[in-house]
Design a protein. Structure first.
Length: 288
C-alpha cells in the first residue's frame, strides 16, 4: 500500500482541512507572552498542515513551482512529509514548554492549545498522547460550558480520527508480506468494527449541519465509510455485496446533510477517490 494512498485515506483532502483551528486572540492579548507563543504555535501548525496537503497532492506543489506535472518525477520533490513533521514537533515543543505550563493562559485559549496539541500528536502518530490530550481538553470544555464551541468540537473529532488512523495502520500491518493483500472474513469484520467506533466518535457532535465543525465531521465520516468499503473489498467483493451497498447508502445519507452551497464537485471527486462506486454527492437533495 503506497504511503500517498494511506495518507489520503487517513484524513483526506477537503477544503477545510485542519485550518479550522484558527486562533481567536483579542487585540490586546498580543502583548502577553503566552498568547504570543500560542499564536506562534498556531502559525506553525497551519504551515505544517499546508505542507501535509502539498505532500499528499504533489501535483499541486509542482504547479505552484511552475513546472509541468507530467514532466516532473515524484523523487524530485522535497521531502514535505519530513518538513511537516518537524513543524508539528515544533508546535508540540512550544505548547508544552511555553503555553500549557503557564498559569496565565486564559481557559478558552487553553482549550485552543489542547486542540492544537491533540491534532499535532495525531499527525505525528502519537495516538495515545492525542487521546489523552483530547480528553483533557474535553474535561475543560465541560467545565466552561459553551465558551469555545469550535475547538471543543475539534477535540471531540480528534478521537475519531485517531481510531481511524490506528485501524488503517493495523490493516497495513496485516497486508505486509501477504500475497495479494487480501483479508480473511474475520480480519475484515474486526477492522470494520474499529472503523465503526471511529464513526461513533465522529457522530457524537451536535452542531447545525451548516456549522464548519459539522461539515468537517461529515467529511471525515465519508472517509471512514470509504475505508470500511475497502475492508470488505479486501476480503471479497462478491460475498460482501450487502455490506458494501450499506456503506454506500450511509454515505449517501451523509451527503444530504451538507449545506446547499457546499461545492458538490469537490465532494464527488473525493467520493470517487474513496472508491464509493458511482455515488453522486450533490449539494442538495433536489440536485439532478
Amino acid at each position: 500500500m503506497a504511503d500517498a494512498w494511506k495518507t489520503r485515506r487517513s484524513h483526506g483532502r477537503f477544503g477545510l482541512g485542519l485550518l479550522l483551528l484558527t486562533l481567536s486572540v483579542c487585540v490586546g492579548c498580543s502583548q502577553v507572552t503566552v498568547a504570543v507563543r500560542l499564536k506562534q504555535a498556531q502559525d506553525l501548525f497551519n504551515q505544517a498542515s499546508r505542507l501535509t496537503v502539498l505532500d499528499e497532492n504533489y501535483r499541486d506543489y509542482i504547479e505552484e513551482a511552475g513546472a509541468q506535472p507530467s514532466r516532473v518525477d515524484r523523487k524530485t520533490i522535497p521531502s514535505l512529509t519530513e518538513d511537516a513533521r518537524a513543524k508539528y514537533q515544533l508546535v508540540l515543543d512550544l505548547l508544552k514548554r511555553d503555553v500549557l505550563t503557564s498559569e496565565e493562559l486564559h481557559p478558552e485559549l487553553r482549550i485552543n492549545a489542547y486542540a492544537l496539541k491533540a491534532f499535532a500528536e495525531w499527525r505525528l502518530k502519537q495516538h495515545k498522547n492525542a487521546i489523552t490530550t483530547a480528553a483533557e481538553g474535553e474535561r475543560l470544555c465541560a467545565s466552561l460550558g459553551d465558551r469555545n464551541p469550535r475547538d471543543c468540537g475539534m477535540l471531540m473529532i480528534a478521537g475519531g480520527l485517531v481510531v481511524n488512523s490506528e485501524t488503517l495502520e493495523r490493516f497495513e500491518e496485516i497486508q505486509k508480506g501477504r500475497q495479494g493483500g487480501n483479508l480473511t472474513k474475520e480480519e475484515a469484520t474486526e477492522l470494520v468494527k474499529q472503523f465503526e467506533l471511529a464513526l461513533d466518535k465522529l457522530g457524537e457532535l451536535s452542531y447545525p449541519p451548516d456549522d464548519p465543525i459539522a461539515i468537517y465531521a461529515n467529511q471525515q465520516k465519508l472517509i471512514v465509510l470509504g475505508n470500511i468499503l475497502d475492508m470488505w473489498n479486501a476480503y471479497s467483493r462478491s460475498e460482501t455485496q450487502r455490506e458494501r451497498a450499506e456503506a454506500i447508502e450511509r454515505a449517501s445519507r451523509i451527503c444530504q446533510e451538507f449545506p446547499q452551497d457546499y461545492p458538490s464537485a469537490e465532494l464527488t471527486k473525493e467520493l470517487a477517490r474513496k472508491r464509493l462506486g458511482l455515488l453522486r454527492c450533490e449539494s442538495s437533495p433536489e440536485s439532478p
